[in-house]
Design a protein around this ligand. Structure first.
Ligand code: AMP
Ligand code: MN
Ligand code: MN
Length: 326
């Protein structure tokens, strides 16, 4: 372990030991790593005899409902609550936690940031950012090891969830020997890989599949099929009686094309706001491209939000992506 990493972990451990009441929060539109690290941090704090309230501004996607204690997750701050410190997990930027939670957290005496994104602006009294970690859950596993805390079945399950979702089931470029070793230990400690994968990946509704069919109907290939794009409109959601959340994993279908170096999915969040998701092969840094539009993420998986109609944003951004690739 690098000296810098050891120092960061040591500082976080003493901040935890010195305080009692924690507020833990994660990013808007939480994914498996966001929820795994949110619940994981709560379980770790409770094992250390601390109090922890957990927060995620947006709804929990249904495929993660089965995770232990998701009912404890609140969407709004408790205005009367007194916390000694906040811990933000899986948030590349402070603002990623959402307006209302950010407003409340900025009034707290101490903020700890635990994350693995390409940072835009560093934040927090302690900021532990590990870009080489596959997930925030992998970092929490390191924290457990430094605390000599053996994960129980619940803690192992939530951390394993972050590992599989952020590595695309151990397929993306952030997968390495270390990640597989951590996964093996978590399985040994009680995470059930078949149960967890079934809950997360094989729990789609018929409506979700119908929505995917519509999105794939908008496929376009650019620059000799090196760029693959598709879109999701609000009317598709209405046609298939599905929700925006159902489309979380859709971009992976675009990146599965052999020739695709860059996959882009344009989703209409609401009238006039488009969420642009990107996935790339090694050598193409999409975090940089997303940062041009105030977004961010990782080199191989990033996103940003752009105002405009679906049509206008798609044609403008494809032009930008084509020149970015050249
Ligand atoms: P997505 O395509 O929405 O799954 O997001 C891909 C990656 O980019 C994830 O690691 C997110 O944490 C990050 N990300 C998504 N939306 C934003 C945003 N608006 N600003 C900064 N980072 C984002
Ligand atoms: Mn995340
Ligand atoms: Mn993550």
């Amino acid at each position: 372990m690098s000296e810098q990493k050891t120092t960061k972990i040591r500082r976080i451990i003493s901040a935890i030991r010195d305080n009692d009441r924690f507020m833990v929060a994660t990013h808007v539109h939480p994914d498996g790593d966001a929820l795994g690290s949110l619940l994981g941090m709560k379980f770790i704090l409770e094992r250390l005899g601390k109090k922890a309230d957990i927060f995620a501004q947006d709804k929990i996607p249904p495929e993660f409902d089965f995770l232990p204690q998701t009912r404890a997750i609140r969407s709004k701050p408790i205005q009367s609550a007194k916390y000694d410190a906040a811990i933000l997990v899986d948030c590349g930027d402070f603002e990623r936690v959402g307006d209302e939670l950010a407003g409340f957290i900025s009034g707290l005496p101490f903020i700890i940031n635990i994350d693995h994104h390409v940072p835009n602006r560093p934040f927090g009294n302690i900021s532990w950012v590990e870009q080489s970690a596959c997930s925030t859950c992998e970092m929490l596993f390191d924290l457990c090891m430094s605390l000599s805390l053996a994960p129980d079945a619940n803690l192992s399950s939530v951390l394993y969830t972050g590992l599989i979702t952020d590595t695309g089931s151990f397929r993306f470029s952030n997968t390495n020997r270390r990640v597989l070793e951590v996964a093996a230990i978590l399985v040994e400690m009680g995470a059930d890989p078949v149960y967890l994968a079934t809950q997360i990946y094989d729990s789609a509704t018929p409506e979700k599949l119908k929505l995917l069919a519509q999105v794939l109907g908008t496929l376009q290939f650019h620059t000799g099929a090196r760029i693959v794009t598709a879109e999701l409109s609000r009317s598709m959601l209405a046609n298939s009686s599905s929700s925006y959340m159902d489309s979380e994993g859709f971009i992976n279908h675009l990146r599965s094309v052999k020739s695709a170096d860059l996959a882009i999915l344009f989703r209409e969040v609401n009238d006039g706001l488009i969420h642009v998701s990107m996935r790339s092969r090694e050598g193409i840094d999409v975090a940089k491209l997303a940062q041009r539009y105030g977004g961010g993420g990782h080199k191989q998986a990033a996103a940003c939000r752009i105002s405009g109609t679906l049509h206008a944003v798609r044609s403008m951004f494809v032009g930008e992506a084509v020149s970015y690739m050249n």
